[in-house]
Design a protein around this ligand. Structure first.
Ligand code: KIV
Ligand code: ZN
Length: 390
């Protein structure tokens, strides 16, 4: 893969790491529907699955490779020939195939998972990359649990796999352990100490066990990474992966970081795709989820509502339309003020000249204490309309 240093590549793993969530497995046709939407969203790489893991996953990678022609289609393997052979076969029809192979890099993994030594694991890593390279040009190597690995050993491993042919080197914080500062410093260390690092793209792959996946990914970018691995709605094992919509909107909102024109994402598709993934994977999106949650653009306290009605940007740092949401919402509750009530009454066609706002507001508060949230029907009733007959 010829990489462009002026691009930040968006690598979506909703269909692989995201799909590892218990109870959220997808059929092949469902995966194709999501992949088509990821393609039109503009992601650069779609990780389609882990072909050796099951016949169904193998078939999904085959079908996705046939159906999706623009993004790179990537298949995951462990560092062994059987896994790699299976991925090569599954990717046979891909226009732009990538193999994602790798092995544990922390002493915890080397000792307890593999009962091995640093030297032997490094050899296996190099062998896997060399083997995969015979079949596919674009090879991404993952150093699992790099977040807890010794940086000097990690640098040796990364240098060796690049020399063996890796085009992308993935530095996963597999257990979501790192702080943004330490993760950023790790990427910087590799950038400064791996001699051949410019021959590969550094990829960040962060998990959210401490709620830091997005912050860590951004820290990685700021320290030299060129690819972000993420999932729609941040779904994934345990507390999930870095959320695609969060990183994309951070880069677009903070233009001063200088990354917004290095990505190619049609942000208006974020909200519809979030809903589609949530429904198909039977994973509700939490109401306060950044960017795509039900309340992400809903204002309910009187002070905020008054501010937004005077000038949207007093309490909104993004335009809801930019992420595919028609408009922000002013929710009427017992915390709302007169300004919000007036706004909704006018929206429903009432002329404020004929209404005693103070009096209506007192009646509204009594009803809102009772009903928690006041909808249009409640307002019409409050104003004395018989909604049944209208
Ligand atoms: O979290 C992780 O380390 C992974 C690798 C398999 C890339 O998902
Ligand atoms: Zn992962």
């Amino acid at each position: 893969m010829l990489h462009d240093p002026n691009r930040i590549y968006i690598f979506d793993t909703t269909l692989r790491d995201g799909e590892q969530v218990p109870g959220s497995q997808l059929t092949t046709p469902e995966k194709i529907i999501i992949a088509e939407q990821l393609q039109s969203l503009g992601v650069d790489i779609i990780e389609a699955g882990f072909p050796i893991s099951s016949p169904g996953d193998f078939q999904s990678v085959v079908e996705l490779s046939k159906a999706i022609r623009e993004p790179i289609i990537c298949a995951l393997t462990r560092a062994n020939k059987g896994d790699i052979d299976s991925a090569v076969a599954a990717l046979k029809h891909a226009a732009r195939p990538r193999i994602h192979t790798g092995i544990g890099s922390s002493d915890m993994h080397i000792q307890y998972k593999f009962n091995s030594t640093r030297e032997k694991i490094l050899e296996r890593a190099v062998e896997a990359v060399k083997y995969a390279k015979q079949f596919v040009e674009d090879i991404e190597f993952y150093a699992e649990d790099a977040g807890r690995a010794d940086n000097v050993y990690l640098a040796q491993m990364i240098e060796a796999v690049i020399a063996a042919g890796a085009t992308v080197v993935n530095i996963p914080d597999t257990n979501g352990y790192c702080l943004p500062e330490t993760y950023g410093a790790k990427i910087r260390f590799l950038k400064e100490n791996v001699k051949n690092i410019d021959q590969a793209v550094i990829s960040v792959h962060c998990h959210n066990d401490l709620g830091l996946a997005t912050a860590n990914s951004i820290a990685g970018l700021q320290n030299g990474a060129g690819q972000i691995e993420c999932t729609i709605n941040g779904i994934g094992e345990r507390a999930g992966n870095t959320s695609l919509e969060e990183v994309v909107m951070i880069l677009n909102t903070h233009k001063g970081l200088g990354y917004h024109d290095k990505i190619n994402i049609n942000t208006k598709k974020l909200y519809p795709l979030s809903g589609m993934v949530s429904r198909m994977m039977r994973m509700p999106v939490q109401a306060n989820k950044a960017i795509v949650g039900r309340n992400a653009f809903a204002h309910s306290s009187g002070i905020h509502q008054d501010g937004v009605l005077k000038h949207r940007e007093t309490y909104e740092i993004m335009n809801p339309e930019d992420v595919g949401i028609d408009q922000s919402e002013i929710i009427l509750t017992a915390r709302s003020g007169r300004h919000a009530l007036k706004h909704h009454l006018e929206r429903l066609g009432y002329s404020m000249e004929r209404i005693d706002l103070d009096q209506t507001y007192q009646r509204f508060l009594t009803l809102a204490d009772e009903k928690k949230e006041i909808k249009d029907d409640d307002l019409l009733q409050l104003m004395g309309e018989d909604i049944e007959s209208s």
